[in-house]
Design a protein around this ligand. Structure first.
Ligand code: ADP
Ligand code: ADP
Ligand code: ZN
Length: 240
């Protein structure tokens, strides 16, 4: 539960109209989603997870979902045009007006360029890009134990962050392994990450936006590292 002090900070942040646009990067399973959810709670700005958005689209059988399904199952990236269109619509929604946390987007240099263009058009800028560095062996361990609630999307880990019972702690939904979290697909996703996503590290370093953190350690420890890196650290204060 958040303390009163935390609540005050969140309210101050919103009143001040400060805008924060954070990009979380790193290999699949490095902890982007876990940290994005904590930042969302702390800062009161939404987590925009393209993976979650696509999974909902697939579940609902929308046009985007029908197009994305086979790429996701194979561990490949969904084509840039599709994801850029999704984000173009999402970023202008009202809940994004005080900022947002990007989790899983951009994932290619063309997506990074498209994001800059979209933000330029509306007079916004990325505040920080945080790259969470985790070695392959650890990532494989994290992904193979990852479980997700089918109803609310909450993420667990069978060893590192288990749910209290058989169901989701937050909504009592079923907690299952994602279809693309099977070992073979994970290896493919890691290779796709190296080829298509890792070049974004250089892209953002050149732009002077990149902040790198070591992603090994417990979830709270990583969260403190991220909070201490964020420019407007008065928004986050001490992560505790
Ligand atoms: P992870 O948690 O392992 O990083 P995500 O949930 O972010 O995975 O993404 C799951 C899948 O959704 C990806 O393997 C890819 O097929 C698709 N996807 C998500 N975001 C993007 C994106 N920005 N561009 C292309 N494909 C994406
Ligand atoms: P991503 O969104 O980058 O794919 P997740 O946030 O879904 O990664 O994390 C992958 C798995 O690892 C999840 O099961 C999560 O509970 C677990 N996890 C996240 N951060 C840590 C950590 N610091 N130490 C151990 N396990 C972690
Ligand atoms: Zn749930």
């Amino acid at each position: 539960m958040e303390s009163l002090e935390d609540e005050d900070r969140k309210i101050d942040y919103l009143k001040g109209g400060v805008e924060m646009i954070l990009v979380l990067m790193g290999p699949p399973g490095c902890g982007k989603g876990t940290q994005a959810k904590k930042l969302e709670a702390k800062l009161g700005i939404p987590q925009l997870s393209t993976g979650d958005m696509l999974r909902i689209a697939v579940k609902n059988g929308t046009e985007v979902g029908r197009k994305a399904k086979k790429y996701m199952e194979e561990g490949q990236l969904v084509p840039d045009e599709i994801i850029i269109d999704v984000m173009r619509e999402r970023l202008v929604q009202k809940d994004c007006n005080k900022g947002f946390i990007l989790d899983g987007f951009p994932r290619t240099v063309p997506q990074g360029e498209a994001l800059n263009k979209l933000l330029d058009e509306v007079g916004k800028k990325i505040t920080d890009v945080i790259n969470i560095d985790v070695a392959d062996q650890e990532v494989i361990e994290r992904i193979s134990g990852r479980r997700q609630c089918v109803k609310c999307g909450a993420t667990y880990h069978i060893v590192f962050s288990p749910s209290k019972g058989d169901h989701c702690d937050k909504c009592d939904g079923d907690v299952v392994q994602r279809g693309d979290d099977k070992e073979e697909t994970v290896k493919e996703r890691l290779s796709v990450y190296r080829k298509q996503t890792a070049p974004l590290i250089f892209f953002y370093r050149e732009l002077g936006l990149l902040k790198e953190i070591e992603g090994i350690g417990d979830i709270e420890e990583i969260f403190s590292r991220i909070c201490s890196l964020i420019k407007k650290d008065e928004c986050c204060g001490k992560a505790s």
